[in-house]
Design a protein around this ligand. Structure first.
Ligand SMILES: CC(C)(COP(=O)(O)OP(=O)(O)OC[C@H]1O[C@@H](n2cnc3c(N)ncnc32)[C@H](O)[C@@H]1OP(=O)(O)O)[C@@H](O)C(=O)NCCC(=O)NCCS
Length: 218
């Protein structure tokens, strides 16, 4: 993820031991007793990365619990995001004084199931994807970009953002994307100046699609 984010963002990517490390008590409380081992492992790797990224920012290491909406609860004055997929986990954090929001996502680089693709990509986006060069699984890149955008939007605005609510354009040469938020979602946002657009970067390396979005202060 480091390559996709500005230097104000501290990034930690999980190593092999991080998936079975210890949680802090406040974090353990956020994980259901009934969590299956794979869920326990990904949640643990996310918390270990989150705390390592906080330390890299020079902040004291504190627990990173989760809210009722599942979003990580960052220490005051910090924005950040966590992602995990099979074999990969990362956390990215920044001082809120430097950035309004950060969103990251990772997905396996494989075709998006047809039913998911229909929910994720609107007709305009499908028309764009048809014009992109062959090779990468573009619908999966677009899906990942929307997940990263959601992690920017939700902690900041607090309202739902569905897949049709963000029109994402990919620039394959620059490795960037732009999400324009539907006017109706902006009008209904309960905060002043919700982000009308979110920009980010993507990378497709072998088995993995990675996306990262940041929102700058105006
Ligand atoms: C929340 C969501 C974005 C997570 O993405 P994902 O690809 O399924 O999974 P990832 O592993 O990348 O991310 C999971 C992490 O996201 C974080 N997360 C969960 N809910 C969140 C929220 N409301 N806001 C910010 N981050 C959230 C958590 O850290 C979670 O990991 P954890 O539970 O172990 O702490 C996704 O499950 C979802 O609900 N999507 C529907 C909404 C959407 O994507 N809209 C698109 C609008 S353009």
């Amino acid at each position: 993820m480091r390559d996709l984010l500005p230097s104000a963002v501290a990034v930690a990517v999980a190593g092999p031991a991080d998936w079975s490390d210890d949680l802090l008590p406040a974090e353990r409380a956020a994980l259901s007793d009934r969590a299956v081992p794979s869920r326990r492992r990904e949640f643990t790797a996310g918390r270990v990365c989150a705390r390592r990224a906080l330390a890299a920012l020079g902040l004291p290491v504190t627990p990173v619990p989760a809210g009722a909406d599942r979003a990580p609860i960052w220490p005051a004055g910090v924005v950040g995001a966590i992602t995990h997929t099979h074999g990969y986990c990362a956390a990215a954090v920044a001082r809120a004084a430097d950035l309004r929001a950060v969103g990251i996502d990772a997905e396996q680089h494989r075709p998006l199931p047809e039913g998911v693709r229909r929910k994720v990509c609107c007709p305009d986006e499908e028309a764009d994807l048809a014009r992109l060069p062959a090779g990468p699984q573009w619908p999966t890149v677009l899906f990942s970009a929307k997940e990263a955008v959601y992690k920017v939007w939700h902690p900041l605005v607090g309202t739902w953002l569905g897949f049709p609510d963000a029109r994402v354009t990919l620039d394959p040469d620059a490795g960037t994307f732009r999400a324009d938020i539907a006017p109706a979602r902006l009008a209904a946002a309960p905060v002043s100046a919700p982000p009308a657009s979110v920009t980010g970067r993507f990378a497709v390396d072998g088995a993995l699609v990675r996306t990262a979005a940041v929102l700058l202060h105006r």
